[in-house]
Design a protein around this ligand. Structure first.
Ligand SMILES: *[C@@H]1O[C@H](CO)[C@@H](O)[C@H](O)[C@H]1NC(C)=O
Ligand SMILES: *[C@@H]1O[C@H](CO)[C@@H](O)[C@H](O)[C@H]1NC(C)=O
Length: 285
């Protein structure tokens, strides 16, 4: 697919040479070519295409181009190369934005280069005058949770709120998922509570993650409570999760609650009614 894209790119430009000024479409085409390399996880190809094509076809890279190149280095495990990209941007007078730094920070976290994370954050704020907004916090929180450092991520959320940056549902989603993955269900429950107390509305993923992990952890009472709340908002976790909860409730002496949930699901959502009838028939009486 990429070979095909590269060939198209070359053909397009060969037709447009002969002294004709290259259209600004060129840089857009180059950017989408670089993006397809990233999608195919061909990170070395991004570098090669970037260097070769900007030279061969004298294309002036845009901010998007640089952001894509930085993303490729970050995802490809060579974040340190991004410093030279930033240098080139400075020389060319292309000002990085929060996306540039977000990509860079995600890469350094992935490689567990925490000193570099600090360095980049400082540079972003002091040299480029960009304050960390919620998007940067979200990247940091998600990165820490991926590294199984969700306690640190929670502390970072505290710092975020203290600086007056308002967390979003997705911020809590990363944290709740992180806590659940690390088996800290109590922590996940209390995050959920503080989220609601702060007036942040849980989204589908917050609910379904919690219900799923609480059911797996056999905390069916809590899962039931959160599930009721979720269903009031017309957010219903997927069938396997709901089945696990319903059967868990029934097998731990809560057949009534299990049947009540099935009744509500069938009433509110016509999908899977047959499947639910089967589940219901299989419950202990
Ligand atoms: C780009 O690649 C082509 C084909 O691989 C090569 O012939 C050309 O010299 C390269 N250009 C630059 C500037 O590296
Ligand atoms: C940064 O710039 C790119 C390219 O113009 C744009 O697509 C992106 O949305 C910008 N990011 C932010 C956070 O404004």
């Amino acid at each position: 697919m990429i070979d095909h894209a590269i060939r198209l790119f070359k053909e397009y430009h060969e037709k447009n040479q002969n002294g004709v000024v290259l259209s600004s479409g060129s840089v857009k085409l180059l950017n989408s070519l670089l993006c397809s390399c990233i999608l195919a996880k061909k990170y070395d190809e991004v570098k090669r295409v970037f260097v070769n094509f900007t030279k061969s076809y004298t294309i002036e890279p845009s901010l998007d181009t640089y952001n894509t190149v930085i993303q490729a280095f970050s995802e490809g495990g060579s974040s340190s190369s991004c410093y030279s990209v930033l240098n080139e941007m400075d020389k060319k007078g292309v000002k990085p934005n929060a996306t540039t730094f977000g990509n860079l920070i995600a890469g350094f976290y992935k490689e567990e280069k925490f000193e570099d994370v600090g360095k980049v954050l400082k540079m972003m704020e002091e040299d480029y005058g960009i304050n960390a907004g919620i998007d940067i916090y979200n990247i940091r929180i998600r990165s820490l949770c991926k590294l199984k450092r969700s306690k640190e991520a929670e502390a970072l959320l505290g710092g975020c709120i203290a600086r007056g940056v308002k967390p979003k549902a997705v911020t809590y989603r990363y944290l709740i998922f992180g806590f659940c993955k690390e088996g800290n269900l109590e922590g996940a429950k209390s995050l959920f509570k503080s989220m609601v107390n702060r007036g942040c509305k849980p989204d589908y993923y917050c609910y379904s993650t919690l219900i799923n992990f609480l059911s797996k952890g056999r905390d069916f009472e809590s899962a039931y409570r959160i599930c009721k709340e979720s269903m009031e908002k017309k957010l219903v976790p997927n069938f396997p999760t709901m089945k696990m909860l319903v059967e868990g409730l029934a097998n731990s002496g809560n057949v009534e609650k299990a049947k009540e949930l099935i009744g509500e699901i069938k009433e509110k959502f016509s999908k899977n009614v047959d499947l639910w009838n089967e589940v219901e028939a299989g419950l202990p009486q």
